[in-house]
Design a protein around this ligand. Structure first.
Ligand SMILES: Cc1cn([C@H]2C[C@H](O)[C@@H](COP(=O)(O)OP(=O)(O)O[C@H]3O[C@H](C)C(=O)[C@H](O)[C@H]3O)O2)c(=O)[nH]c1=O
Length: 177
């Protein structure tokens, strides 16, 4: 019996994984990651780096970031404190959903993760204060291969839920497509 539910999105290969919880009077237990079980959902089990971010302000946007091939990485993104609107943008050349985006609420409460294959840009907007995210990357950080899209690019027309409260200067400076 799998301890994960696979939730499809309108973009092929971009999936949401929901962790099953085993509750009792103390709280709950859930399996956060499992190489064997997530292989069925397309993850090859490789974890090269695990990153953790904390974002204080509600309404902050981080992203949209990606790494160019051959450093294009699968990201398994989870929110362990607060709630975020997590967004992935398809940048795969020739994809029928090229430049299409999908957004999903990830939260400590809903136990959902987004599994984002290489070839996608990723970003999120915080829906609460003090949001903490954990990223499982299947390839290491490669600064020279990093790229970004402006999250406010009208060509993407991402439906961010809140007024933007904060962005890094780097993210603000990404040019529109
Ligand atoms: C990604 C990364 C960054 N860093 C250093 C580089 C900077 O000195 C500092 C902050 O990096 P950055 O401003 O890129 O952090 P975010 O804006 O939160 O970007 C991250 O959040 C967006 C939404 C993502 O999807 C990426 O995983 C990641 O780029 O951490 C590292 O040392 N290792 C790393 O793997």
């Amino acid at each position: 019996m799998s301890r994960f539910n696979r939730i499809a999105t309108p973009i092929p290969d971009l999936v949401v994984i929901e962790r099953q919880r085993f509750g009792d009077e103390r709280g709950f237990f859930s399996r956060f990651f499992c190489r064997e079980e997530l292989a069925d959902f397309g993850h090859d089990g490789t974890i090269a780096q695990i990153n953790h971010t904390m974002t204080q302000l509600k309404g902050t946007i981080r992203g949209l970031h990606f790494q160019r091939a051959p450093h294009d990485e699968t990201k398994f993104v989870s929110c362990l404190a607060g709630a975020v609107f997590d967004v992935a943008v398809d940048l795969r050349p020739g994809s029928p959903t090229y430049l299409k985006w999908h957004g999903e609420v990830l939260s400590a409460e809903n136990g959902r993760s987004m599994m984002i294959p290489g070839g996608f840009a990723h970003g999120f907007q915080t829906l609460s204060e003090d949001c903490e995210l954990i990223y499982l990357h299947d390839k290491p950080h490669a600064p020279a291969a990093e790229g970004g899209l402006n999250p406010l690019d009208p060509k993407l027309a991402i439906g961010w839920p809140l007024t933007v409260a904060q962005m890094s200067a780097r993210d603000e400076a990404f040019p529109f497509l």
